[in-house]
Design a protein around this ligand. Structure first.
Ligand SMILES: *[C@@H]1O[C@H](CO)[C@@H](O)[C@H](O)[C@H]1NC(C)=O
Ligand SMILES: *[C@@H]1O[C@H](CO)[C@@H](O)[C@H](O)[C@H]1NC(C)=O
Length: 186
């Protein structure tokens, strides 16, 4: 028997009903929610709040926030496919790159692969020099992230880094940390 509306509430001071459940039935399998790029317009680029967003061929418009190896495995990452990692550049206004959605879709349309967008909007905003200051730190963070893919059995040669503008410098530095063993850097 499904609970009636009152069972979904608890009463506060006899006046307010706070809903404690959704009104519909729960879907049979919980879908991981999609995560978008952050907005950093009001903050000034001192923090490097990096997000790694995984996009897979079965759901090319939904970014899965992946941090730990378990997130990667549970979000449809396929270790037998190639992995493309996109790194954007300086973001003067702290906003999401306007080209990135279409670019992700185009990559997934061209070939089945794992596409990972690196959201470093926070660290890439404010003045150009503060974004440049974050390049080494970001490169180390991406290198640590790639290590988690290697642990899942991803060969270094199947990793393709695509860096734009300042993100290209980051890509080059990650490639340096991997001693030139990554598959490709664009
Ligand atoms: C960022 O700002 C845009 C434009 O105002 C908005 O559409 C989007 O939902 C915001 N994203 C997040 C994660 O808050
Ligand atoms: C991973 O990709 C390969 C090659 O396209 C495919 O044969 C396999 O079924 C995929 N694995 C999963 C779990 O989707």
């Amino acid at each position: 028997m499904s609970p009636g509306p009152w069972e979904r509430c608890f009463w506060l001071g006899g006046l307010l009903c706070l809903s404690v459940g959704s009104s519909g039935h729960a879907p049979p399998t919980p879908q991981p929610k999609c995560t978008d790029f952050q907005n950093a317009s009001l903050l000034w680029g001192t923090k490097l709040k990096v997000q790694f967003l995984l996009f897979v061929p079965s759901d090319p418009s939904c970014g899965h926030l992946v941090e730990e190896s378990s997130d990667i495995q549970n979000s449809g990452f396929n270790a037998t496919l190639g992995t493309k990692l996109i790194i954007h550049g300086f973001r003067a206004l702290g906003t999401k790159p306007s080209w990135i959605d279409a670019f992700i879709q185009a990559l997934l349309h061209a070939a089945d692969s794992n596409v990972i967008a690196v959201d470093w909007v926070y660290g890439s905003t404010a003045v150009y020099f503060s974004a440049v200051d974050n390049v080494v730190k970001l490169s180390l963070q991406i290198s640590r992230f790639l290590r988690k893919l290697l642990v899942l059995g991803v060969p270094e040669s199947s990793i393709h880094i695509i860096g734009v503008s300042l993100g290209a410098h980051v890509g080059g530095m990650v490639g340096h940390f991997y001693k030139g063993q990554l598959g490709r850097i664009t």
